[in-house]
Design a protein around this ligand. Structure first.
Ligand SMILES: [Zn+2]
Length: 610
């Protein structure tokens, strides 16, 4: 008996070293902006008795095992609906009758949730949701991260030391990991802090959402690769396809949807606005009006078919079914630990970019997601038990109205040509630096100069002023900050745009200039771009998203306190009896069963956030 328990301790110690080492290494690396001392202190898990620094390096690993408290959930589910705006629930929710309706009626519904930062895009939003921290803390400031040394940008999850693992033909391209994420995810912390390792599953149609939601290690991370026309994962998670995912794909071939028609689920009269509206962009052979046939240019499943399939409710349904298969295969929520399932539904984002937030297509994706979620919730109830899981649903960002539709309504709105802004800055700098190209690239609000140019501006205040003035006087531009101005700011300003820019600011990765368009204006790289829309701004339509919590430990009701999606992970962590090392969000104590606190306490962090 004695020998057995000693052996068990050794096994656990080895497991913990395996878990702790990859986590500790990147997190221990110096950050471009060092976190405050209090944050560093909080990064020690509460169960660890920290020995003095010298002893720590040589002491044998102490198993950080503790029993899981009885009333923790057995499964945590995070659902992200890509590009879901808060007002979608308010405007279209009356027609939902299934899964989304269940969340509205039986969950805690935060109606005043909004991201507090500027660059409201997918990788930033997902990183924020699963870490509970701001971009200035987690370091993911865009969908692409620009490497100044290399002079090039790469996908936020690209990792050249990893390879793709395909569920079809072998795939070329770089693998993925969360090496760029400077803080651990909720899944990482469950793995590190629970005595019994959790099962971690993350599914999406996009590589960066599936990877980000998982974290450093996971049991299944799967996304759709349109080029390879099959499911994909990364060698960060597995060296070979997982048999249960391969089996699922075989049983649910995507080609089976070829030739199917996407038409309205509900009577046409229930949809707001016009189906055929100015500025709607149409993918492939699709038109601005229903119905849409899932076909490419030819009579077989070509790349165009996969692309429109991706942009249809059929892909969300597929993802929901794959999640159900994963619950069964890995017995999620049925083991001794607290398992973790994250799903990011991507169809709404693709449809929203093309057809815009007022389209019948967006409304129909949501009406059908309502059904997909009903099936998933029923499956969770059956497999895990309604009282055994806790679920969160939110959006990673919203979306701007189509500028041409705003202009048609008599509101100011339009597209700011990046080439024009670049030319203005180049011209303004000519007297100081001579002719030639000064601006290297822009991604949303982050503008980068050619190598060495920004240093010259810092050394010459007149040149700096001229460049800033050139950008600020461009029609459609609201604000321009230099990186130095943000470096010197403190985040306590009442200026919302400055606070939003600062919450997004990670010096080694953010732009030399931060250029924020006016409301309803967006950057366009070419004058030909006069349809479709995007997100990424600090305005309400991009920042406001729904936040729902439901299940074990959660009091249902509508909550009007101003909260942020950063509060989701700390709240879920608290319910699981663990802590997050670098959360900027707060525990939503007002929804916890057994508390009657009012919540919304404005802490120092709260002041920065809200
Ligand atoms: Zn997104």
């Amino acid at each position: 008996m004695k020998r057995l328990s000693a052996f068990a301790y050794i096994v656990l110690a080895v497991m913990l070293i395996i878990v702790a080492v990859p986590l500790a290494a990147p997190l221990g690396a110096p950050l471009a902006s060092p976190p405050p001392a209090s944050r560093a202190a909080r990064s020690v898990a509460p169960t660890v008795q920290a020995p003095p620094p010298t002893a720590r390096a040589f002491a044998p690993a102490v198993p950080r095992v503790r029993p899981i408290p009885r009333r923790t959930p057995k499964l945590v589910v995070i659902l992200v609906v890509d590009q879901m705006r808060a007002d979608y629930v308010e405007k279209f929710g009356q027609h939902w009758t299934a899964g989304l309706r269940h969340l509205m009626d039986e969950g805690a519904w935060f109606r005043e949730a909004a991201y507090p930062f500027m660059t409201t895009v997918t990788c930033v939003g997902h990183s924020t949701i699963v870490t509970g921290s701001l971009p200035r803390t987690h370091g993911i400031v865009g969908n692409d991260l620009f490497d100044r040394e290399a002079g090039k940008a790469a996908n936020c999850v690209a990792d050249s030391e990893k390879t793709l693992v395909s569920y079809g033909e072998p795939a070329k391209g770089t693998g993925t990991s969360t090496k760029n994420l400077r803080v651990p995810t909720l899944g990482d912390e469950l793995r590190a802090q629970l005595g019994v390792p959790p099962r971690i599953v993350s599914l999406s149609l996009k590589d960066y959402t599936a990877t980000t939601m998982a974290g450093r290690r996971a049991d299944a991370v799967v996304w759709m690769n349109l080029t390879a026309k099959t499911l994909m994962t990364s060698s960060a998670y597995t060296s070979a396809p997982l048999p249960f995912i391969a089996g699922f794909l075989k049983a649910h071939p995507i080609e089976a949807d070829f030739g199917k028609t996407w038409s309205r689920l509900l009577p046409e009269s229930t949809y707001l606005y016009a189906d055929d509206a100015e500025g709607e962009r149409t993918p492939g052979k699709w038109t601005r009006t229903f119905p849409h046939v899932l076909k490419g240019a030819v009579e077989q499943p070509d790349a165009d078919f996969y692309s429109v399939w991706d942009e249809s409710p059929f892909s969300d349904a597929f993802l929901g079914q794959m999640a159900e298969a994963s619950i069964d295969a890995l017995k999620l929520g049925q083991g001794p630990s607290i398992d973790y399932l994250a799903i990011s539904f991507s169809a709404l984002d693709l449809v929203g970019h093309d057809y815009g937030p007022r389209s019948h297509e967006v409304q129909d994706v949501l009406a059908r997601l309502d059904r997909t979620l009903e099936s998933l919730l029923a499956h969770l109830d059956r497999s895990v038990g309604r009282d055994n899981y806790v679920l969160a649903l939110t959006g990673d960002h919203g979306v701007s109205p189509v500028p041409e539709q705003m202009a048609a309504l008599g509101l100011n709105g339009g597209r700011v040509l990046t080439t024009e802004l670049t030319a203005r800055i180049d011209k303004a700098l000519e007297p100081f630096l001579g002719p030639g190209k000064k601006v290297l690239r822009n991604a949303y609000e982050d503008w980068f100069f050619e190598r060495g140019v920004y240093d010259k501006l810092r050394a010459n205040s007149e040149a700096m002023r001229a460049a800033l003035e050139a950008a600020r006087s461009m029609p459609g531009i609201a604000r321009v900050f230099s990186a130095d101005e943000l470096r010197d700011a403190h985040g306590t300003s009442d200026d919302l745009l400055e606070r939003a820019a600062l919450a997004n600011f990670f010096p080694s990765r953010s732009g030399d200039f931060i250029v924020i368009p006016r409301p309803y204006y967006q950057f366009a790289s070419s004058a030909a771009r006069t349809s479709g829309t995007t997100h990424g701004s600090p305005y309400w339509y991009d920042r406001r998203v729904p936040v729902f919590l439901m299940g074990q430990g959660i009091k249902k009701g509508q909550y009007l306190a101003p909260v942020t999606p950063l509060d989701i992970a700390p709240t879920l962590a608290f319910l699981c009896g663990i802590t997050l090392p670098a959360a900027d969000g707060r525990i939503l104590n007002e929804v916890l069963v057994g508390t009657n606190a009012e919540g919304s306490v404005l802490t120092q962090r709260g002041r920065f956030l809200r």
